[in-house]
Each structure stands twice: as structure tokens, then as C-alpha cells.
Design a binder for this molecule. Sequence first.
Ligand code: PMP
Length: 443
Amino acid sequence: RRLDLAHHLPAQADHRLIASLGGSRIITRAEGSTIFDGEGNAILDGMAGLWCVNVGYGREELAKAAYDQMLELPYYNTFFRTATPPPVKLAARIASKMGGHLSHVFFNSSGSEAVDTVFRLARHYWKLKGQPQRRIFISRWNAYHGSTVAGVSLGGMKAMHAQGDLPVPGVEHVMQPYLFGEGFGEDPDAFAARAAQAIEDRILEVGPENVAAFIGEPVQGAGGVIIPPEGYWPRVEAICRKYGILLVCDEVICGFGRLGQWFGHHHYGVKPDMISMAKGLSSGYLPISATGVADHIVAELREKGGDFVHGYTYSGHPTAAAVALANLDIIEREGLVERTREDTGPYLARALATLNDHPLVGETRSLGLIGAVEIVREPGTNKRFLDKEGEAGPVVRDLCIRNGLMVRGIRDTIVCCPPLIITHAEIDRLVSIIRRSLDEAEP
Ligand code: PMP
């Protein structure tokens, strides 16, 4: 494994030095769905940056929103019982998108912080309710919920747990609803029932009276674009209700149109008690995140809690919030949510499906504009390279980048998550570059 030295660059590093350090590619500018490196190579950004640049690059409107707000009031805190107009407007706007029962938001800067807010707030809530023993969170293996202590703990990445002696006590992990993996060949609904049952079994094992919350992404992103069968989430919701457990959806990737709805949980028709959101909220132009909180939790805090002593210097940052507002304007004006649901999402699904005849492809899947291609050793099976020869994903990913497409390789899976403005022609190019890279990877 190579260290990602991009995080440790000396201040004076020039391009050649960086190349010799870790092969890092310097991205110097971008437009629409295309990024350009220091040598002028155009690369189609099949990852929307890091699952975030939903409205694409080069939006003057967002730069202007930041400029205007910086001149008016670049920063003020929300700590001295103060507020500024942009986050107040943004909170109302987010609440209108979340839906009736989720009426409040707590602002942070990153997705990890939004998840940390969930962690503290859920336990605090149960303490206020007179059930302080409800401390356990249930999550899934391979889940990614951020890089802070709470995020890594709630996440299910064993390699990350090994660094920093995590998870903290009180986090339980259960199986992913990964049909092509654990459920290969199974009837999708029977598998959904089995994956949900694993959650209920764990709840019963640790004692329902000790469980604070279940957390999951509607579609797991960094876990490998795991799209659960339709029957999974309603079952998970029913289990949470049965035992009075809070349901939390991590919408950091799925929010703001990615799955063809404003939030991923809308697609599955469930009603979480809290959601975390980031990335697409500002399309990555400035860091901002939020935690959406249901009425009944806010009511409890108001009634008994006094202040929830929690917050960051940059909570409710006015400039970031002004950019987020302008970003939501674009998403609405251009109908990007509907377009993803009705046009580009189905188009991506059909385009990816043309790869199914490739001998290295075991499955393609997508929902809205997030998709995956499973690379297998034998057609018709789910046998991995991973088991024997190392991971195939990063090998094909490197070929894709060389061929002008940025994607991620997660174990033996190629995943994509392009800007929501991607065109049909760009989707065709994305898929044809994956095919060409698979051809080149074949021994
Ligand atoms: N949750 C999910 C589902 C994510 O995908 C991410 C980031 N990839 C995070 C949380 C953490 O967000 P951030 O990197 O902004 O802290």
C-alpha cells in the first residue's frame, strides 16, 4: 500500500516532487463535470469530487453568494445566543425538504461532525427520557460514517478501528444488506428479511432496553454502493419502532438528489428520527453540514434539557450557509432531483447494464446517480480477485483514471457518483471508459 502523501505535502512542493513522493495528481481547475490536472489532461469526474459536487464545477452564482456574504458579514457565531440570516433561512429551507416530522437542524461543518452530533444527542435524549442505560448504537459492517472518534466507531471499517483503538464501547455492528455479497443468489426480499432479522437478533442479544439508535446510510456509499432490496428499510424501521429505538439515516452522500429524491430515506419511505447531511448541501463549494432532528426529540430537549451544550466555532457559518442556499436554488431551478429520478438515473442504469456481457463483470447496479460495477474472477459467480490475487477495484480504477475518468475502486467494485448535471453523452463516455479499462485489465 502506498501512503497518501497528498496530506503531508511540504509547503514548497512542486508538481514533479509530488509525483515522485506518491504519484499524487494535482487538480488545477474544473468545469461542469470535468476536472483538469496540472498537465492539462481533462478527466471526467465520475465521483463528483468526493461524492459531493452535485451541481458541478464552475458555478459563478455560488462564488458570488460567498463574495457578497463575506462583504456583508463573513462570520459570526451561534454561541452567544446569536444568529445570522443565512443559516436561519437555510434551516427553514432544509426543514421544508426533510418533511413534516423533521423540523429542526443543527449546523456543523463536516459530515463527521453531523454524525458526532447524532451520537451525543441520541444518548442525551435517552438520559432526559429517564432511560440513561440506552447507550448502544447499532450499525453495519463496512459502513462509513466519518473520521472522528464517533464517526469511526459508528463506521464498520475494521482497518480504521485498528487505528486509534476503536470503536468506543457501546457500538455493535451487523451484516450489510449486500445482495451480491452475503446474499448472492438469494431471493432479494428473503435476503432483506434476513438482513433485517440480523438487526433484531442483535437488539435482543444486547437487550432492547439498552439500545439508543440504529444508524445507516439509505444506500451505503464508501461501503461499496450497497443498494438494499426495497423491503429492507421498511423492516428496519418496523424493528426500531417495535423496541422504541431511534432510527438515524446518514444522508451525507444520499441527500440532495443523489438517489432521485431530496433525501435517500424518501426513496425507501421511512421516517428517521435524525439524519446527518453534508456534501451535496453546498456541493462541496464550502464546508457545511447539518443534523436534522425530529420534533419529539426537540420537544424533549426544550421541556427538560435546558441547553444541549454542543457546537463548533463554525456551526451556522453565514458564508457557508449563503453558498448552500444558492446551491439549493440551483438544484431546484434546474430540477436536478427530478432529472436524476426520471432521466439521468435510469439512463445510467441502462448504460451500466451494457457492461453485463463483459467477462469480468458480475453485476452492475445503481440508484439515481450512484452506481457500481462488480468485478469477478468467473462470470456468473461472485468470486472475487480479492480472495486470491489482491483487489481488482484499485487496478481498474487506475486504468480508468489513465483513460480519463475518475472513479473509485472499493475492494473488487468500481463505483461512480457523478455530478447531478452529468449529460447522457458524458454517461456514455463514463461507461465506455470503464469497458475499455476492464478490457485492458484482463490478463
Ligand atoms: N457519513 C458518510 C455517509 C460519508 O460518506 C462521509 C464522508 N465520505 C461522512 C459521513 C463524513 O463526512 P466528512 O468527510 O465531511 O466528515
